[in-house]
Design a protein around this ligand. Structure first.
Ligand SMILES: [Fe+2]
Length: 367
C-alpha cells in the first residue's frame, strides 16, 4: 500500500491509500507516535515525547509528505514538528492492538515421525560462526535441539548455554551440577524416580523459557527422557475437544513449590492464549498442582478437560524418547514442550539450567 493523498480533518489526518481504503489517525496519536530524533531516541527507540505532562496544542499548521513519500510531516501551531514514517502508518492503518513482533511459526508434531528436520547438530557447528542461528531455528521450529559431541564437562556446557544468553537464576540456583544421589533431594528431578510429562516452573509467574540438560556421567539403566509437543496437543484439543480446550484456556491452575522457608505459588491456565486466540504458553505439572476447588459442576468439567490433556501427553505415540548421555546436550522450549523421565537405577550426574523466554525471543528476532 502506498499513500495516495492526505487530508487534514478536525479529528485527525485522513490518509487515502492506493487501494482506496481510508485511515483516520487522531492528531494526539500522531504526536505521541512521532519518530523524529527528538521524539523517539534514534538508537534505543525509546519514546522521548511526553504528550501527557501538558496538554499539547494540537492545532496544525501544515501537513506534508516528504520528497519520497516515506514520511508524513506535521507542523504544529506551537512550532514543533512530528515525523511519522510511511512504514509505521502502514502497519497501523487499521486499529492494531499491542502485539510483539511476530516470530516464524512452529512446526507442530504429534509424533516423532512428524519431525521433518531432526533438530540435531554438533558442538563444533554450534560454536562456529553462525552456528547459534541454526541452533535457535531448530528450537523455534521443533521446540528442542540436541547438540552432540560436546565435551562432557560443566564448564563447556555452561559456555554453550551462554552462547545463547546469560543463564537465568531460579530457586535451584543458576547453572547447576547435580546427581541422583543427593541425601535430601528437594525435587523429584534430583532422584531416580519416574517423572510424568510436565513443564517446569508452574509455581513461578514467569516460567523458564528454555531448559538445558547435559548428562555428564552415566552409569545407569533406564532414565529415558520423553519430549511431547504441548502446542500440538493444544491445537488438537482446539479442533476435537473445543469445550475442554476453552476450559483449559480459562481456568487458572495453581502450582506450588514448598520447602523449609520457601513457599512459591503462581497460577495460570494450562493454555495461555494471546488476544488473537493463539496459544503462547503451555503450563502443566500435575505433581506441583496446588489445591483449588471450583463449583462442583465446573470442577467436574475441569477434571474432564485436564484428563484429556493428561492422557494425550502421556500417550507414548506422541512422545519423542531418547537417552541423555555424555556429549549430548538437550535444550527445549519450556513454554511449548513437556518433558518426562522414566525411572532409573544406577548413577547419573547432570548439569544445566534455564534461560528466560524473552532472551530466546530476542535472539530469534535479532538473527
Ligand atoms: Fe522438569
Amino acid at each position: 500500500m502506498l499513500i495516495k493523498s492526505i487530508e487534514s480533518l478536525n479529528d485527525g489526518l485522513n490518509i487515502l491509500w492506493d487501494d482506496n481504503s481510508l485511515s483516520c489517525f487522531p492528531w494526539l496519536w500522531l504526536r505521541d507516535h512521532s519518530e523524529s530524533e527528538v521524539d523517539l531516541h534514534p538508537d534505543s527507540k525509546q519514546r522521548q515525547i511526553d504528550v501527557f505532562s501538558e496538554s499539547p496544542n494540537n492545532a496544525v499548521n501544515r501537513v506534508s509528505l516528504d520528497n519520497n513519500s516515506r514520511n508524513v510531516l506535521v507542523q504544529w501551531d506551537d512550532e514543533s514538528e512530528s515525523c511519522l514514517s510511511f512504514d509505521l502508518l502502514k502497519s497501523m492503518a487499521q486499529p492494531n492492538p499491542p502485539h510483539t513482533k511476530a516470530l516464524r511459526s512452529a512446526n507442530l508434531w504429534h509424533s516423532s515421525n512428524e519431525i521433518e528436520i531432526f533438530p540435531e547438530m554438533s558442538y563444533k557447528a554450534v560454536m562456529s560462526d553462525g552456528g547459534i542461528k541454526t541452533w535457535l531455528i531448530h528450537l523455534q521450529r521443533t521446540g528442542f535441539v540436541l547438540v552432540t559431541e560436546t565435551p562432557a564437562t560443566p564448564e563447556v556446557t555452561k559456555e554453550l548455554m551462554e552462547r545463547m544468553a546469560y543463564i537465568r537464576n531460579s530457586i535451584f540456583g543458576g547453572f547447576s551440577v547435580w546427581d541422583n544421589k543427593l541425601e535430601s533431594p528437594d525435587d523429584t528431578a534430583f532422584t531416580s524416580l519416574a517423572i510424568e510429562p510436565h513443564t517446569d516452573g508452574t509455581y513461578v509467574h514467569d516460567a523458564p523459557g528454555l531448559q538445558t540438560l547435559h548428562c555428564i556421567k552415566r552409569d545407569s539403566i533406564g532414565g529415558e527422557n520423553q519430549l511431547i509437543d504441548g502446542l500440538a496437543i493444544a491445537e488438537k484439543m482446539r479442533n476435537e475437544y473445543p469445550d475442554a480446550f476453552n476450559i483449559l484456556c480459562n481456568v487458572n491452575i495453581p502450582g506450588r513449590y514448598i520447602k523449609s522457608g520457601i513457599y512459591l505459588e503462581a497460577q495460570r491456565p494450562l493454555f495461555r492464549v494471546n488476544n488473537k486466540g493463539k496459544v503462547v504458553q503451555v503450563s502443566f505439572n500435575n505433581h506441583d498442582r496446588a489445591p483449588f476447588r471450583l463449583e462442583n459442576n465446573q470442577m467436574s468439567k475441569f477434571y474432564k478437560a485436564y484428563r484429556i490433556f493428561h492422557n494425550l501427553a502421556n500417550d507414548s505415540s506422541r512422545q519423542f524418547e531418547f537417552i541423555l548421555e555424555p556429549g549430548k546436550v538437550l535444550t527445549f522450549d519450556n513454554w511449548r514442550l513437556l518433558h518426562a523421565r522414566s525411572s532409573l537405577t544406577g548413577y547419573r550426574q547432570l548439569c544445566g539450567g534455564y534461560h528466560n523466554r524473552e532472551d530466546f525471543e530476542s535472539r530469534l528476532r535479532s538473527i
